[in-house]
Write a new protein. Structure first.
Length: 233
């Protein structure tokens, strides 16, 4: 089964991870930590279900997540998980910074566009799940044309399933919380009450950051490190 998966050296994240390790630990120790990370990544591959490899529309999320699951336990100083959040958010969501220079979710046209992106991605997920049952289960929700709200949710997430099976739920927030960073960079707000790591579903409710709905919620960190949106009392 490992032949169907993406080798670590084919991921776009290797160079920035090695740079981060070198800055944190020095080159010599960084090389050792990176090798330990690669060895752990490779050890996970044979037992993974078939996600479709690079054909999966969420391949970077799945295998990028596997890289982080391999990296964190390999760190010699065992830092708090939260200490890696900024690095992981920028690692996965860095392109949103550039996108935010031309894309603004406060524009109704841009909200409709991102909804189309969500729907197209969902269509791909529903095709993938037939071939690869361990992938993302994506459920569409109707677009709110009046209040400019785009919604969908996952009822199954490969990263969450992997974390549960390998006692790594404490690392999962690094991936989940990055979504807030990405949406923020395109002048939006993610309103999410739970993920597949701390709830029965991972919900995406996306609005422009000037949308009145934003004022009805506050962002909090739950007891497991997940960012969650809670309605104000």
């Amino acid at each position: 089964m490992a032949d169907n998966h993406i080798p670590v050296n084919k991921l776009p994240y290797c160079k920035p991870v090695k740079k981060w390790l070198s800055e944190r630990y020095g080159r010599f120790q960084a090389d050792a930590v990176w090798q330990k990370t690669v060895d752990q990544y490779n050890a996970y591959l044979p037992d993974l279900p078939d996600y479709g490899g690079k054909k999966n529309g969420h391949a970077r999320a799945i295998y990028g997540g596997l890289l982080i699951f391999s990296l964190y336990p390999s760190l010699p100083d065992h830092p708090p998980v939260s200490e890696l959040q900024d690095f992981v958010s920028n690692l996965f969501m860095g392109p949103f910074v550039k996108l935010g220079k031309i894309f603004d979710l406060n524009r109704p046209s841009n909200m409709r566009l991102i909804n189309k992106v969500f729907m197209r991605s969902g269509d791909g997920d529903r095709r993938d799940i037939i071939k690869y049952p361990a992938g993302f289960i994506n459920v569409d929700e109707p677009y709110d044309n009046v209040n400019h709200i785009a919604r969908y949710h996952f009822t199954q997430c490969p990263n969450a399933e992997f974390a549960k099976q390998h006692n790594l739920l404490h690392v999962l927030p690094l991936m989940c919380n990055s979504d807030y960073f990405g949406i923020e960079k395109i002048h939006g707000t993610l309103i999410r009450c739970g993920t597949c790591g701390n709830s029965s579903k991972c919900d995406y409710c996306v609005v422009g950051n000037k949308n009145p709905l934003v004022q009805e919620y506050e962002l909090a960190t739950d007891e497991n490190g997940f960012l969650v949106s809670r309605r104000k009392r």
